[in-house]
Design a protein around this ligand. Structure first.
Ligand code: SF4
Ligand code: SF4
Length: 306
């Protein structure tokens, strides 16, 4: 099986995969059927998580407050829909060539209710959408930080994932031992809306790995205009907070502390961060208007001056 793992690792290196981790079925034993990857492939034995970094440069325009649309492409839509999906599909081909079934899964939001009804008694309703953050921790890739986002030792919160479930048995990646989150509280301090409540932080346990996570008021985040984007796949789901002020500040904090593997010649934050305290209504930021041109920050969704 180590031979197969080597084959996978070398194929994914060629695909430009930055992060990869493996977990056996036992690490999902406590996950409810509605969110369990093995509800999709009951004979599966291993979950593989494939990650690509969100380039730091994709956050530059947001940090300066001058370009939001290109993050949506390079940091979100193209990264998930094109770059990662191609690598995921190609790994499925590698596994199938070796005689193993491999189920590719897109990172659909797992916090939305199922869309269909159960096809038979005892089966969860379609669609089962596994929690990718849980899976990334279970696959030894990272941890959940105080800010509620997945943090990895290489990139902090700058990554996205696809998942594969396979019936090949592959040696699991050890859970990440060292903590990335500094517990510095800068994510909470940076939030102009007070959405990150560290006082009421909770302990989360994934496969025995314990993490302290602040209580996040996602209703406030949905209305935040400091870089957060409405969830492009399900309006009711958690917004994309990776480009938001809270998280860009976290990135600065992690880089300053020198804990991230991906190092740069110059610091990310070059000048005081901009911040907007007021809210913008959900209607103004509807997903229909979240186009790649006007982005979440255009009231009418149009590009350029009128
Ligand atoms: S800003 Fe500090 S406390 Fe918040 S998630 Fe980042 S490292 Fe953790
Ligand atoms: S997304 Fe906005 S409202 Fe939510 S924690 Fe970050 S800065 Fe605060």
């Amino acid at each position: 099986m180590n031979q197969l793992k080597d084959l996978i690792n070398s194929a994914m290196e060629k695909e430009g995969i930055d992060l990869i981790g493996f977990a056996g079925k036992d690490r999902f034993a406590s996950v409810d059927a509605q969110h369990n990857p093995f509800s999709i492939f009951p004979e599966g034995k291993t979950v593989i998580m494939l990650g690509k970094r969100i380039c730091r440069g994709a956050l530059r325009g947001v940090e300066e407050g001058t370009n939001f649309g290109d993050y949506r492409l390079f940091g979100s839509n193209w990264l998930e829909d094109e770059f990662l999906s191609l690598a995921c599909y190609n790994l499925v081909r590698v596994l199938e060539n070796e005689g193993w079934e491999a189920v590719p899964l897109f990172p659909n939001p797992s916090d939305v209710p199922p869309m269909g009804v159960s096809v038979a008694e005892g089966r969860p309703a379609p669609n089962v959408f596994p929690d990718f953050t849980y899976a990334a921790v279970a696959c030894g890739i990272g941890e959940i930080g105080m800010n509620g986002l997945l943090l990895t030792p290489e990139y902090g919160s700058r990554q996205r994932f696809h998942m594969i479930i396979t019936d090949a048995e592959i040696e699991p990646t050890p859970l990440q031992e060292a903590s990335v989150c500094l517990k510095c509280g800068k994510c909470a301090a940076a939030c102009p809306l007070g959405a990150v409540d560290i006082e009421n932080a909770e302990e989360i346990d994934i496969c025995g790995k314990k993490m302290t996570v602040a209580k996040i008021n996602y209703d406030l985040c949905r209305d935040c205009k400091n870089g957060a984007c409405a969830n492009r796949l399900a309006k009711a789901s958690k917004p994309d907070r990776i480009p938001a002020l809270c998280n860009r500040t976290c990135l600065c904090s992690l880089e300053e502390a020198g804990v991230l593997g991906n190092k740069f010649e110059t610091p990310f934050r070059k000048r005081d961060a901009w911040a907007i305290g007021g809210k913008v209504s959900a209607e103004e930021r509807s997903s229909e208007k979240n186009n790649v041109l006007g982005g979440a920050y255009s009231v009418d969704g149009n590009r350029g001056a009128k």
